[in-house]
Unconditional design. Sequence first.
Length: 59
Amino acid sequence: MNAESRHFAEVGSGNLDWKPLLAEANRLGVEHYFVEQDETPGDPIDSLRKSYQYLRSIT
């Protein structure tokens, strides 16, 4: 893992509280969300899977 990838985390693994963020986005009428992760701590597909699973668990 390089120095930059320590600053990236899967959705739900970092320091953002996603539940209220997504609730506000829903209140504002946001229809589509995109997850972008420039660096991954491991396999990119595993990181995507973790982000997806977390988002599905809170929506």
